[in-house]
Design a binder for this molecule. Structure first.
Ligand code: AMP
Length: 282
């Protein structure tokens, strides 16, 4: 496994591999790797000749009052996990390399970035689209692997890839969870014992929504209300949003139909956690 922090050396290796007919899969992350990231790497490994993992805590996607400084960083641990998952290349650039002085170019995906998480985190998806756009230009992978846990991120990047004619295919990997249902996230490390215990309510709320739909409920506002009630009656958490939306456009829907994304964002103390499920309604 190679750890690379320069663009030219990464391009050189990838050009040689490609000239030999090898396919390249890419998993972008911010590090603090866990079993969720491992699932992406495993799928990438299975489906490509070469697996490239990027580790970069992207300053551009954090708001001024968010957790950029305290975001967990543990390169030693990440290198061990990457080795175990047979990663070929870790790309670990510095912020100065990706955003040198007088950096002026950004990727702005409209509409779908303004909903759900975009309301609470203005500029977040601009940061995500810009960094992933840059990484796709540098790596030019055949396939990009993303986690379903960040459903809006998947929708935004899918839109960007289509709009800007990137030749990369996107594969979405199901959310990996703890035994009590909590989606794995690097931010779970911020939770204290009580918050951690309460956080399992997120998946319970999603499962409750699913069962209401299975029993015939089709009104988004009713589904959202049962989720809100469950969270508010059982925890001290603060709801950012609970929403039923079209899974492709992320447009709110009054009556549930087709591929529906049920998504939520909830604060446990200062820690904001997100989760979602997609259901298909005939
Ligand atoms: P992050 O390092 O948190 O930016 O995440 C990097 C990639 O891993 C993104 O595509 C995430 O959606 C994905 N990911 C994070 N957590 C999980 C999880 N619990 N299950 C599956 N994928 C995940």
């Amino acid at each position: 496994m190679k750890i690379i922090n320069q663009i030219f050396s990464l391009r050189k290796i990838l050009n040689i591999a490609r000239a030999r007919g090898k396919t390249v899969g890419f998993v972008p992350t911010m590090g603090a790797l866990h079993r969720g990231h491992a699932a992406l790497l495993r799928r990438c490994r299975r489906e490509n000749d070469l697996t490239v993992l990027s580790i970069f805590v992207n300053p551009l996607q954090f708001g001024p009052h968010e957790d950029f400084r305290r975001y967990p960083r543990d390169l030693k641990h990440d290198v061990l996990l990457a080795k175990k998952e047979n990663v070929d290349i870790i790309f670990h650039p510095s912020a100065e390399l990706l955003y040198p002085k007088r950096y002026l170019t950004y990727i702005d995906v409209r509409e779908i970035t303004e909903r759900l998480c975009g309301k609470t985190r203005p500029g977040h998806f601009r940061g995500v689209a810009t960094v992933v756009g840059k990484l796709l230009h540098i790596i030019n992978p055949d396939v990009l692997y993303l986690g379903q846990k960040d459903a809006q991120q998947c929708a935004v990047l899918d839109q960007m890839i289509r709009d800007l004619n990137f030749a990369t295919k996107v594969r979405i990997v199901p959310t990996v969870r703890e035994s009590d249902g909590l989606a794995l996230s690097s931010r779970n490390a911020y939770l204290n014992a009580q918050e951690r215990q309460e956080a399992s309510i997120l998946y319970q709320a999603l499962k409750l929504a699913k069962s209401h739909v299975a029993h015939g409920q089709r009104q988004a506002k009713n589904v959202e209300a049962v989720m809100r009630d469950l969270i508010q009656n059982n925890t001290r958490a603060k709801i950012d949003y609970v929403a039923c939306v079209n899974a492709d456009t992320l447009q709110p829907i009054a009556t549930l139909k087709g591929r529906t994304l049920i998504a939520l964002a909830v604060f446990f103390g200062k820690t904001r956690l997100i989760d979602n499920i997609i259901i298909r309604i005939n």
